[in-house]
Design a protein around this ligand. Structure first.
Ligand SMILES: Nc1ncnc2c1ncn2[C@@H]1O[C@H](COP(=O)(O)O)[C@@H](OP(=O)(O)O)[C@H]1O
Ligand SMILES: [Mg+2]
Ligand SMILES: [Mg+2]
Ligand SMILES: [Mg+2]
Length: 344
């Protein structure tokens, strides 16, 4: 049991862990329902993003209302807000969201309750107290392609991520058996290790996960975004070349990448910035960060600095993200620094 276990023998953040899993499970079901109902060949060929919009709002409403049920005083930093669902202009979208939320939950919610739940996610974040960080669908582009996406929820206390849950409805449970059942839930609490279970199962199905123990970067493989706008594929390739990596990168959307590295499917996560202006958001990294660390990995920005979740809604003190097992992390950061210095 963790050093933070309380006198009653209940593990640190046990109630929060269970609530976060309930929320991520429910939102994952919402996302799957949206995909089945609304993503068609037509939306894909027309590059119509409306299904993911409905899923984003619905999933945020479901997660926020579950958090509120268990922890009415907790603040939430959520990616979405309900502005586009209000008034006459928002009517069509609002009705779709209300239908969806109520088709997947036991307790129907009114339109007003749903909008209010979504807008509970507007908290500014910061260095003290506790707040949740929610990405209702991370990897929206992957969702629309029917590929990887994730529902990501983390609890930040006094500026540090203490708990993270990532639901990955399309990720194979066992990467070497990609044709078998898909759907993974990864979870970690500070000091307690990282675990995975199949989505839709209970805690008794959890198994511990850990990063690979690769010691030579030439034997490593790396993971990067599918979208070249989110991570520089060319800088990543230069770093890989410096590290002697010959394996092709594993490209996937969303925080499923953190889960993949945390359980040893790949060895390095590289997210080299594509611009000087983009600022990473806390909900894109919070849950993955604690899962990686609890799986024995290290995470930093491109300068080797820890990600600072204490500033607000963004990671404004950091640029890019690098993650890897402890055995190769310093070598990877050295290669990142050399590659970026050569660009100047
Ligand atoms: N220029 C940019 N650089 C880095 N990340 C970006 C970006 N523009 C958007 N993103 C973020 O990248 C996330 C997806 O990451 P990935 O490429 O790893 O799948 C998006 O999350 P959403 O899909 O939740 O909007 C979005 O927040
Ligand atoms: Mg995201
Ligand atoms: Mg999102
Ligand atoms: Mg987004």
């Amino acid at each position: 049991m963790s050093a933070r276990a309380c006198a009653t023998g209940v593990a640190y953040l046990a109630k929060e862990r269970a609530a976060a899993i309930e929320a991520v499970e429910s939102a994952s079901r919402v996302c799957k329902a949206v995909f089945k109902k609304l993503v068609t060949d037509e939306t894909l060929t027309k590059k119509d993003k409306s299904p993911v919009t409905v899923a984003d709002f619905s999933a945020q409403a479901v997660v926020n209302s579950i958090i509120e049920k268990h922890f009415p005083d907790d603040a939430i930093v959520g990616e979405e807000d309900a502005k586009d669902l209000r008034g006459d202009e928002g009517r069509a979208l609002r009705e779709k969201v209300v239908d969806l939320v109520n088709s997947t939950t036991k307790h129907p919610m009114s339109a007003d309750e749903i909008l209010r739940a979504i807008d509970r996610g507007q908290y500014a974040g910061g260095p003290t107290g506790r707040h949740w960080a929610l990405d209702p669908i991370d990897g929206t582009k992957g969702f629309l392609r029917g590929e990887q996406f994730a529902v990501c929820l983390a609890l930040i206390i006094d500026g540090k991520v203490r708990l993270g849950v990532v639901g990955c409805p399309n990720l194979p449970y066992n990467i070497s058996k990609p044709d078998e059942e898909r759907g993974v839930l990864a979870v970690a609490v500070e000091g307690q290790g990282a675990f995975q279970r199949k989505l839709g199962t209970d805690q008794s199905a959890e198994t511990r996960i850990s990063v690979s123990n690769v010691m030579e970067t030439r034997d490593a493989s790396f993971c990067e975004s599918v979208e070249a706008a989110h991570a520089s594929h060319s800088d990543n390739a230069k770093i890989a070349a410096l590290l002697g990596i010959s394996k092709q990168p594993v490209r996937m959307d969303s925080q499923c990448k953190y889960v993949a590295v945390a359980r040893g499917d790949a060895d390095i996560y590289l997210r080299l910035p594509t611009s000087n202006t983009y600022v990473e958001k806390i909900w894109d990294h919070a849950a993955g960060n604690v899962i990686m660390q609890e799986a024995g990995g290290r995470v930093s920005d491109i300068e080797g600095k820890e990600l600072d979740f204490s500033i607000g809604r963004t990671l404004s003190a950091n640029k890019g993200v690098v993650a890897a097992g402890a055995g190769i992390f310093d070598t990877v950061i050295a290669a990142v620094k050399t590659t970026l210095a050569n660009k100047r």
